[in-house]
Design a protein around this ligand. Structure first.
Ligand code: KIV
Ligand code: ZN
Length: 513
């Protein structure tokens, strides 16, 4: 490890649970968020943005629960520059060891006139008064100039100076619509540093979206120009084309440490496991050629490369798989593998479980090994993340049977355990999945709308496990669920039940309040 005495520390602000969750299909429930939080804290991010507390009761509860469990890094909640938003965010985040209020207001001409319908003077007054308001509640206040990359320089300087004077200790420069290009974004960063007299009193942060595929490049350009906080998400998930990917920023700084003369406190060996965890709980696969965490990122297909890597890994590898926690050897387990080999593989994959959970997972692994010839790393990760986010809900699957063909109407018989009772219903539908979902609603006496349904294979091969991911609307709220099985109908039923159970649990909590 090189001497860090003269290097700048770059603070990593992870917004997977806030901006990342806005990615279509990436909504997470409380259990998912707590699992991801545990991984982020173990990876040593500096700040976890846990949510946008006023957005929904679910967001509020998630920010509050995360604030209560995190010990070693700051927890932030986003809030608009409005008293009611700031109050709600503070209510949720005040439980944290290091709470942070992250408030924002747009500063570009188009946002101020078309969206906010405010004059620049009104925007300035609001920023100053709301930063002061937030700072009276919380010692750590971050202010973001939404759409900063399309804002006018003199106005940016005035807002930044005013926000710092009002008590903001972090100023964030977002490229909200992913419009900037690297040289322009580094000029913007440099100009802010050169033209804002009190800039030394705050940390300068950047937050880049990826609409032109430049999120990471812009972030690194700003770091080179003097920014010391990077906002990013695991796997680059986020609205539209996503946010700058944490693993790419961190590994660029790590691999090119001498060039940037900067470092992060991230434990890079936790990157792979965290990426897999986020992919599994959101049901959002990572593209195979994705930098750092894609399946092919360390695979050398061409013979000439393989030869070089065998002679000396540095010929074609600029970083090692081990540095991101990716086990170099892919171990294939099967039905004869024992608990020792299985436990060792969990450790190699960076999956931490208590002894009692290992027992339960081992039983699931054995059942899977009976259905499939070989069990791969991806299978084990899917089982582990599924187990960590599944809970005993009101209704559990006891058994099901379907009849489906292209000549008769598909029918499904589902038996659920509801409390102490076993209840069975038969339903017909357009297909076996639809028939099973109808039988479940019939048993529980509920009506719900299926808003999203996705199926994907966890691994390649005819005997692959499949992951079903659903979003279900119950009343005013939507809930997500995941299920895995080698049988697509079973995976779908498990996902549907998980979403419904989350909804039933949420309505119980509301009734108690
Ligand atoms: O992209 C953006 O501008 C944001 C801010 C609220 C920080 O997410
Ligand atoms: Zn954003």
């Amino acid at each position: 490890m090189s001497d860090k005495t003269d290097m700048r520390k770059i603070h990593i602000f992870d917004t997977t649970l806030r901006d990342g969750e806005r990615s279509p299909g990436c909504t997470m429930n409380l259990r998912d968020k707590l699992l991801v939080t545990e991984m982020l804290e173990a990876m040593r991010v500096d700040i976890i943005e846990a949510g946008f507390a006023i957005a929904s009761d679910g967001d509020f509860e998630a920010v509050k629960a995360i604030s209560k469990v995190v010990k070693n890094c700051a927890v932030a909640s986003l809030c608009r520059a409005l008293e009611k938003d700031i109050d709600r965010a503070w209510e949720a985040v005040k439980h944290a060891v290091h709470p942070r209020l992250h408030t924002f207001l747009a500063t570009s001409p188009i946002h101020m006139s078309a969206k906010l319908k405010m004059t620049p003077d009104e925007v300035y007054e609001r920023v100053v008064s709301m930063v002061k308001y937030a700072r009276n509640l919380c010692p750590e206040v971050e202010f973001s100039l939404e759409d900063c990359s399309r804002s006018e320089r003199p106005f940016i300087f005035k807002i930044v100076e005013g926000a710092i004077a009002a008590g903001a200790n972090t100023i964030n420069i977002p490229d909200t619509v992913g419009y900037a290009v690297p040289s322009e974004f580094s000029d913007l960063t440099r100009d802010i540093i050169a033209n804002v007299p009190n800039i030394d009193e705050a940390r300068l942060s950047v937050h880049c979206h990826n609409d032109l595929g430049l999120g990471v490049a812009n972030t690194l350009a700003a770091i080179e120009a003097g920014a010391t906080q990077a906002e990013c998400t695991i796997n680059g998930i986020g609205e539209r084309a996503g946010n700058a990917a944490l693993e790419e920023i961190v590994m660029a700084l790590h691999t090119r440490q001498e060039y940037y003369n900067a470092y992060t406190d991230i434990d890079t060996t936790k990157i792979y496991a965290t990426s897999r965890c986020v992919s599994n709980v959101t049901g959002s696969p990572v593209q195979p050629n994705k930098a750092i965490v894609g399946e092919n990122a360390f695979a050398h297909e061409a013979g000439i490369h393989q030869h070089g890597v065998m002679a000396n890994p540095l010929t074609y590898e600029i970083m090692t798989p081990e540095s991101i926690g990716l086990p170099r050897n892919k171990m294939i387990l099967g039905k004869h593998s024992g608990k020792h080999a299985f436990t060792q593989r969990l450790t190699d994959l960076g999956i931490k479980l208590e002894a009692i959970k290992i027992e339960e997972l081992f039983t699931q692994f054995k059942a899977l090994a009976d259905r499939k010839k070989t069990v791969s790393d991806a299978d084990i990760e899917a089982l582990a993340h599924n187990m960590a986010t599944t809970f005993r809900g009101t209704a559990e699957l006891d058994r099901f049977s379907t009849i489906a063909s292209n000549v008769i109407t598909p029918v499904s018989t589902v038996r659920l355990r509801v409390g102490e009772d076993l209840v069975e219903k038969v339903s017909a539908g357009d297909g076996p999945v639809n028939a099973s979902f109808s039988a479940i609603c019939d048993i529980l006496g509920i009506s719900c709308r299926l808003e999203d349904y996705q199926l994907s294979a966890v691994t390649e091969g005819m005997d692959a496990q499949c992951r079903a991911s659903v979003r279900v609307r119950l009343g005013d709220h939507a809930y997500r669920g995941n299920g895995i099985s080698t049988d697509i109908v079973e995976a779908s039923i498990l996902a549907y039940l998980q979403a419904i159970n989350a909804g039933l649990e949420a309505s119980k909590v509301q009734q108690q309040e």
